[in-house]
Design a protein. Structure first.
Length: 282
């Protein structure tokens, strides 16, 4: 295998410094592994736009609450390295948790406002964990550009805000949601679904497509869009709504005003698996 598999911070830093000394640009694709076509689309874009690409594969413990799926989160480093290599990445960074968080680790990056609604409401410590690890990854890989999927739309907004607020020297590139042929948004967590739940999970994309259709056909009442989406989800007995919300795309404040760009985002439990999906109406 010619791709570099780095396990330590120092290995990444010294390789990236060597690339930079030669004037090469660096793209970073932060992931938690178990890579699918959604991640692959980010890696492809990074490869097209940078001289060298680092993919981090790290299931970040501090973004999971104690009752969440840290232990069961799917992992397959061999397959991830093969996908990264086949897609043209140059390095996989796969640290152990102790490499990222020493025993006396006490520094966190946190945010107000943009993290208040949606996933930040249901998972109050999640974005503190995301911002902290993404900040560390930026300091380690020193990328010119970093790539994030729109599937985690609030995460994308949070990271853009962090980069702006803290004057970080890189560009954040948001990439479109990649879906299965039947509409389900690709996610590593889809592997948790039984055959019956996999069918039921289609209710998420059905609700998203209907909401999007209503907005595109000129619906001006945001509440009607939300209610129509909720009623589609409620028609599926295996589905339990965490949230169906409309927020301003830049501030992530609740709105029903469709005259500005909005993010319409949903989080739905299918059995025990929590899935998310969204659309942005500009
Ligand atoms: O989107 C993810 O997979 C994670 O939240 C990220 C950005 C890699 C941070 O752990």
């Amino acid at each position: 295998m010619s791709i570099i598999l780095a396990k330590t911070v120092n290995e990444v830093k010294s390789q990236v410094k060597e690339w930079k000394a030669r004037g090469l640009s660096v793209g970073l694709v932060p992931t938690m592994g178990y890579l699918h076509e959604g991640h692959q689309s980010l890696i492809k874009r990074a490869v097209a736009e940078n001289d060298r690409v680092v993919v981090s594969v790290f299931v970040n413990p501090i973004q999971f609450a104690p009752n969440e799926d840290l232990e069961s989160y799917p992992r397959d480093l061999k397959a991830d390295c093969a996908l990264c290599e086949a897609t043209g990445a140059d390095m996989v960074f796969n640290p152990e948790p102790e490499e990222m968080y020493a025993d006396n680790f006490t520094t966190f990056v946190d945010m107000t406002g943009v993290t208040k609604e949606l996933c930040g409401k249901s998972r109050p410590t999640h974005f503190r964990g995301v911002c902290t690890v993404v900040n560390k990854l930026f300091n380690i890989a020193m990328p010119d550009r970093a790539y994030f999927g729109q599937k985690d739309a609030q995460q994308l907004a949070v990271i853009r805000r962090m980069v702006r607020d803290l004057n970080m020297n890189l560009e954040i590139v948001g990439c479109p949601i990649i879906r299965e042929a039947d509409g389900l948004a690709k996610s590593s967590r889809n592997t948790y679904l039984s055959a019956e739940e996999r069918k039921a999970a289609l209710v998420l994309s059905k609700a998203i497509f209907e909401g999007e259709r209503m907005v595109q056909s000129g619906e001006k009442d945001g509440e009607k869009v939300i209610e129509a989406m909720k009623s589609i989800i409620k028609s599926e007995p295996l589905a339990k709504i965490d949230y169906v919300e409309m927020v301003e795309w830049d501030t992530i404040e609740i709105t029903r005003n469709l005259s500005k760009p909005v993010l319409v985002a949903i989080a739905v439990y299918i059995g025990k698996t929590r899935l998310i999906d969204n659309f942005i109406a500009q």
